[in-house]
Design a protein around this ligand. Structure first.
Ligand SMILES: Nc1nc2c(ncn2[C@@H]2O[C@H](COP(=O)(O)OP(=O)(O)OP(=O)(O)O)[C@@H](O)[C@H]2O)c(=O)[nH]1
Ligand SMILES: [Mg+2]
Ligand SMILES: [Zn+2]
Length: 364
């Protein structure tokens, strides 16, 4: 069975296509309804379907694994009958943003799924923190989406030379990533962003107060998202946006607005980190030793690039810091996985022993 044309016309603005329909076919055969999650809060989600918006419980697809929790951007199979309705399954994700939840528990948390463009919003109202930009970009690359950096509130940097320098600094920290400047206040630079988010699904990421919801409203052309009242408190105070919201854009494309992230912990993002620091990884290929740590080894191409001013020292330090952090998370996750495995073995071992004793008992 294939997806109906009603489904196509209702869901196409949200990104439904032939290949999603194909992935959905087995669920269609079971009489389930396809839809995209536009918002999640506390075990429930809003799903846009051909029957309009439905609120559904996600209970059935949550086997206590935070990576398997339905999230905004997921394509899901909803039980059409029943009260409450249930999300029965989600389709395999094309991309997923994962961060580590906290430093104590090494768990991944899915921020958004099936995203094509990751728009990292960075406010020009506060001092540029390139390390933070790099961290966001590592997360973005790791997800499988193409990142773009948007420097917001460009109206606050009226001097074009200063603005150009800021853009250049970010570009140096973001190889392969377009860097745009926009002012939602004046509308400057919005056309470039409109073109970029006009296809596929984009997610707005960044600190609280960076101007993500202001951009979302500008792109939607209506005040659909609440915006922070005072504009001089970037990154501080209350988060204005508290849920992740998926919006269909009038000129095509889908946008997910997210709550500001104060800290983004990496979660198994080594590939992503590598993509943020491609120039360092390229230099490293020319180091004399293949496993060069770029510290005191002779013939280190990375250190000599720093010495001759080709590579900023800050970049190398940031690279090391993110790699270290990532290795630590991976080690911790592995340790946790190993501990779980040990528990499992012990449990199985105990079962096995009990079975053996029962058997012996029978023969005794
Ligand atoms: N001067 C200026 N201020 C802006 C611009 N865009 C946004 N702001 C202000 O920045 C503040 C924060 O904007 P929001 O859009 O709420 O920020 P956010 O990133 O969505 O914040 P959270 O939802 O908390 O993550 C608001 O007071 C906006 O008016 C801009 O282009 N220029
Ligand atoms: Mg917001
Ligand atoms: Zn080296």
């Amino acid at each position: 069975m294939t997806s109906t044309s009603a489904e196509f016309s209702a869901l196409a603005p949200y990104g439904w296509d032939e290949s999603w329909a194909e992935a959905f076919a087995p669920f269609e055969a079971d009489g389930l309804l396809p839809g995209r999650v536009v918002r999640v809060d506390r075990g429930q989600c809003d799903v846009v379907t051909a029957d309009g918006n439905v609120r559904a419980d996600t209970e059935f697809v949550v086997p206590r694994d935070p990576m398997k929790v339905v999230c905004t951007g997921d394509w899901v199979a909803v039980d059409p009958g029943g009260d409450p309705r249930y999300v029965r399954a989600y389709l395999p994700r094309r991309t997923a943003f994962v961060r580590s939840t906290s430093s104590k528990r090494s768990e991944g948390q899915i921020l958004a799924a099936n995203v094509d463009h990751a728009v990292v919003a960075v406010s020009l109202a506060v001092e540029l923190d390139l390390g933070r930009v790099e961290r966001f970009l590592a997360l973005a690359w790791e997800s499988g989406a193409q990142p773009v950096v948007v420097l917001t509130k460009a109206d606050l940097v009226p001097d074009p030379v200063t603005l150009a320098h800021l853009v250049q600094d970010v570009e140096t920290s973001a190889p392969g990533v377009p860097v745009l400047t926009v002012s939602a206040l004046h509308g400057d630079g919005l056309d470039v962003l409109v073109a970029l988010v006009g296809s596929g699904t984009s997610v707005l990421l960044g600190q609280s107060g960076a101007g993500k919801s202001t951009l979302a409203n500008a792109l939607v052309g209506a005040d659909v998202m609440d915006v922070q009242a005072a504009r001089d408190v970037d990154g501080k105070g209350r988060h204005t946006t508290t849920t992740r919201n998926l919006l269909a854009l009038p000129s095509g494309g889908v946008l997910i607005d997210t709550p500001g992230l104060r800290g983004v912990g990496l979660f198994d993002a080594e590939t992503g980190v590598g993509q943020v620091f491609t120039e360092i990884e390229e230099l490293a290929e020319r180091c004399r030793f293949q496993d060069c740590a770029h510290e005191s080894e002779p013939g280190c191409a990375v250190r000599s690039a720093v010495e001759n001013g080709e590579l900023p020292q800050r970049r190398l330090e940031s690279y090391r810091k993110l790699l270290r952090e990532n290795q630590w998370i991976v080690a911790k996750t592995d340790a946790r996985a190993r501990a779980e495995l040990r528990r499992e073995y012990r449990r199985k071992g105990a079962e096995g022993k009990a079975a053996l004793e029962a058997k012996r008992g029978r023969w005794a």
